[in-house]
Design a protein around this ligand. Structure first.
Ligand code: GDP
Ligand code: MG
Length: 312
């Protein structure tokens, strides 16, 4: 996926720059702490879907931040949780494998949910305890709590845990995010960029289109529906005056299909019109978008369906 703003001829220049830094950063944290919001803020572009519901992100999503003398490869991960079904296990695998590549690890906390007493049993702290890499404690949502309180918590955390940095931010309001980027770069090894310097992700347009549609399902459907949905792009055709994307919204039960379609098709229409708007904006061109709803019995438990829908 290319960023249309930058040119492609910078690669030669970069190769000859001895001061260039490049490396991976894994963004870890519980569901809903603001990992995807942070990735979007750092890249100045929305590449990871964000909703008020937990467990929106299912894949490991790579976002690339390119500068004159750096390339930071941010890995947004599904939130850490105790797996309940096979899809959850795949989500945890994605989080775990992002640690293998990482040069720096962000452990993200949500100020509005913070309580020092619970940290001992915290799944995230447990997860990163044995990680011998530079770890940053990124304290998010500082826009929503008292500043004194944050300073107090940071003092408390720095006494008990070995983090290289404690960085308070608001991902939503982009407070502290530029500093976070700057500090992160200083920890990365001197090496040449791994990806072309005009790219913002390793995922293709198909993937982003399917994620945008999934986001609309999260926005509009309630209860278990968003968690039961996968989006499968079946056709992505361009040229000869036929710019069309066809996608299946896959659910687990017949009753869910009825809900996603809605009375007289109203729900599916609304999902489609919201998705179309964002897809066209994201791609920077107009595509015709057609949505279908399909039932695949218990797809979240099936190795072959999980593979087909890109979760492996
Ligand atoms: P993730 O599950 O960790 O990826 O979290 P998301 O990025 O999807 O964000 C979860 C919710 O927290 C969304 O409703 C965001 O708008 C909200 N959020 C994220 N960052 C901030 C922040 O800095 N301040 C506030 N007040 N809300 C935030
Ligand atoms: Mg997320």
């Amino acid at each position: 996926m290319h960023n249309s703003i930058e040119g492609t001829d910078r690669v030669d220049e970069v190769i000859h720059n001895e001061n260039f830094r490049c490396g991976y950063v894994a963004i870890l944290g519980k569901p809903n702490v603001g990992k995807s919001t942070l990735l979007n803020a750092l890249l100045d572009q929305k590449i990871s879907i964000v909703t008020p519901k937990p467990q929106t992100t299912r894949h490991k999503i790579l976002g690339i931040s390119n500068g004159d003398d750096y390339q930071v490869l941010f890995l947004d991960t599904p939130g850490l949780l105790h797996p309940k079904y096979k899809l959850h296990e795949k989500m945890m695998d994605a989080a775990r494998s992002s640690l293998d590549d990482a040069d720096v690890v962000f452990v993200m906390l949500d100020c509005t949910e913070f309580s020092p007493e619970n940290l001992e049993r915290d799944v995230v702290f447990e997860f990163v305890k044995s990680v011998a890499k530079p770890k940053f404690c990124v304290f998010n949502k500082i826009d929503a709590v008292d500043k004194q309180q944050i300073l107090f918590w940071i003092a408390l955390l720095s006494e008990k845990y070995s983090f290289q940095e404690f960085i308070p931010i608001s991902a939503l309001q982009k407070i502290g995010t530029a500093d976070l980027l700057k500090t992160t770069i200083s920890y990365l090894p001197h090496q040449h960029p791994f990806f072309p310097t005009d790219e913002i992700s390793d995922q293709n347009e198909r993937f982003f289109v399917s994620e945008i549609i999934r986001e609309k399902v999260f926005e509009l459907c309630r209860e278990e529906i968003p968690y039961s949905v996968a989006v499968n792009i079946t056709e992505f055709i361009e040229g000869n005056g036929r710019d069309i994307i066809r996608a299946e919204i896959v659910v687990e039960k017949q009753s869910q299909k009825g809900i996603v379609i809605g009375k007289g098709g109203t729900m599916l229409k609304e999902i489609g019109s919201r998705a179309r708007k964002d897809v066209n904006e994201f791609l920077g061109r107009k595509m015709h978008l057609e949505l279908f709803v399909k039932v695949r019995d218990q797809w979240r438990k099936s190795e072959s369906f999980l593979k087909e829908y890109g979760y492996s």
